[in-house]
Design a protein around this ligand. Structure first.
Ligand code: MC0
Length: 152
């Protein structure tokens, strides 16, 4: 875990759990499982070439700060983040996505705190969100994503 420069005061940087990202080998089969077993509904599907995935967002619950989701991730190839993860660890939880009010501002704060960033600036994410990843080596082994949901 990275040592930060001091305890944060004021409101939490993270507003809620936006999604749990789950690596899978077969997106369609995994969607079928989550729909049939837990009754979740598919909120969106997308191929994100920049992240090397086909993915689906399945709505778990609506909350005042925004909905929470299970995100199913199938790699576009072996030499992608999810492809490498599947090779080394197999299917399972890949990352946690937390809601933030302003992802660029959150990155600035975390950079100043000495947290290792994967993304220096926000990128395109699921459902129109602006996202950025923090390196798992800096967050106790957990690949951590910041999610600024699309307006509206
Ligand atoms: C790798 N490591 C992880 C991990 N992936 N640790 C925890 N959780 C993960 N998901 C660890 C490995 O075990 C290894 O540790 C070390 O990190 C280096 O792993 P590597 O296999 O050599 O991989 P790298 O260094 O090439 O890349 C790791 C890194 C990468 C986290 C930088 O996966 C990355 O850029 N991730 C962010 C983008 C991403 O994941 N996109 C897919 C989801 P040891 O101890 O063995 O050295 S896209 C998404 O989710 C979008 C659509 C959205 O939400 O909207």
């Amino acid at each position: 875990m990275t040592e930060t420069s001091g305890a944060r005061t004021g409101p939490s940087l993270l507003s809620r759990i936006d999604h749990v990202g789950i690596a899978c080998r077969d997106l369609d089969a995994s969607i079928d499982f989550y729909v049939a077993t837990f009754g979740l509904t598919v909120a969106g599907r997308e191929t994100n070439e920049g992240q090397g995935v086909r993915e689906a967002m399945l709505r778990v619950a609506d909350a005042p700060g925004g909905a929470s989701y299970v995100q199913l991730l199938e790699p576009l190839g072996p030499d992608t983040p999810v492809g490498k993860f599947l090779d080394s660890r197999g299917e399972g939880v890949h990352h946690i996505g937390y809601g933030v009010a302003d992802v660029a501002a959150a990155l600035d704060q975390l950079r100043a705190d000495g947290i290792r960033l994967v993304d220096e600036r926000p990128r395109h994410g699921s459902l129109g969100a602006a996202i950025a990843f923090l390196h798992p080596k800096s967050v106790g082994g957990v690949l951590t994503e910041l999610v600024q949901a699309a307006a509206g």
